[in-house]
Write a new protein. Structure first.
Length: 376
């Protein structure tokens, strides 16, 4: 494991951090009421997306001044798959969509003048037909970016991105904690504080052909609240994490589960890499744990590869870089996000060669000293 790069800009806890689709940028969500965009290679802060810089399509929608500072803490931030937009979720209110094409022009001008970071916005608040403002845990784009799903204390809202129109609600009146789309957008997984996970088929939502999601799976209830859910790339497996400190990998169609114990406190985030071979989890115990997931003859197996302690406080989110299972991104209550490598997240032969190179490098100074040292 190498320490990598520290992303500093948020002035308080960082609740979420996500890579852009090409891995060249990162967006963070902070308790300082902002989302911030960073250059992955240099760690330079490029842009600030302030929660109070929002357009409200509904004339009688409450403005930012109607909310306290705590209400506007940014809970999550995520790119659309093509990188053209970011969706953020304030603690209370509605999801907000930001144009990164407009922001990119400001960033380019500021690079030339040396005035980074820039302030981007205003963002456009979604769900404009509904004035029931609930607490939001996270909001994500569908893979096509035609819709946004938001987990709230009163169910899941599916909103059309372009019009801001509410398409449908799932679990209306019931609290939810996290939502995640499958890679192709056919399925939506919903985690809840009552320990349940549901999977819905939502493939047509946002396409203009009607949105009539139906539940295809209800997984066995686990003890305690669930805080995170994530599909593997082919949507055959589903990972969950929650207050019972256990990471679970589900063959969700069959209801079978693999339990992975490595955290000593709440598991706040779970995420697969692009190959589905590796899984990363983040906990309030301050650790990030990397697992290798295998499936053989219909049976699931898991191996703990690394336990990383890179932050000075609780780790709130963890994710792999797109297409690179060796690069991790984490966000923490210590006010930072970090990018670093997972040395063991690679084929065994590559790990052996890396270890041999390090051993040779460690031996070289001793050889030089022996050869070049003073003669007695």
């Amino acid at each position: 494991m190498t320490t990598g790069r520290v992303l500093r800009g948020n002035t308080s806890s960082v609740a979420d951090a996500e890579f852009g689709p090409a891995g060249r940028t990162v967006v963070t969500a902070g308790a300082d009421q902002t989302a911030r965009v960073f250059d992955t290679g240099s760690g330079v802060e490029l842009a600030v997306l302030p929660a109070r810089s929002v357009e409200h399509a509904a004339a009688d929608a409450p403005g930012p001044e109607a909310f306290s500072s705590g209400d506007l803490e940014t809970q999550s931030a995520a790119f659309s798959r093509d990188g053209s937009h970011i969706v953020t979720a304030p603690r209370y209110g509605a999801p907000v969509v930001w144009s990164m094409r407009a922001c990119a022009r400001r960033i380019a001008a500021a690079r030339r003048s040396g005035t980074l970071p820039v302030r981007c916005g205003p963002g456009l608040e979604l769900d404009r037909d509904t004035l029931d403002y609930h607490r939001i845990s996270n909001a994500v784009f569908s893979p096509s970016a035609s819709s946004v799903a938001a987990a709230t204390t009163h169910g899941v809202s599916l909103v059309q991105t372009r019009s801001g129109r509410l398409l449908t609600e799932l679990l209306a009146g019931r609290s939810t904690t996290h939502v995640a789309f499958s890679r192709l957008g056919r399925y939506l997984a919903v985690a809840a504080p009552d320990g349940t996970t549901r999977v819905y088929e939502v493939g047509r939502c946002g396409t203009g052909r009607g949105c009539r999601p139906h539940r295809v799976a209800l997984l066995p209830r686990v003890r305690g609240a669930l805080y995170s859910v994530s599909f593997n790339p082919d949507a055959t497996l589903l990972a969950t994490g929650g207050s019972d400190r256990i990471v679970r990998v589900w063959d969700w169609r069959r209801g079978r589960q693999l339990q992975l114990g490595g955290h000593t406190s709440n598991v706040r985030s779970v995420s697969f890499d692009g190959s589905g071979t590796y899984l990363v989890s983040a906990g309030t115990d301050g650790t990030t744990v990397v697992w290798k997931i295998a499936r053989k003859h219909g049976k699931l197996g898991g191996q703990l590869l690394e336990v990383l302690r890179m932050h000075a406080d609780r780790v709130r989110s963890a994710a792999f870089a797109p297409g690179r299972s060796t690069t991790l991104l984490t966000a923490s209550d210590d006010g930072t996000a970090r990018i670093y490598s997972c040395d063991l997240c690679r084929p065994l032969d590559d790990v052996k060669r890396m270890a041999e190179r390090r051993l040779r490098a460690a031996e070289l100074p001793a050889v030089w000293l022996k050869r070049d040292g003073p003669k007695r």
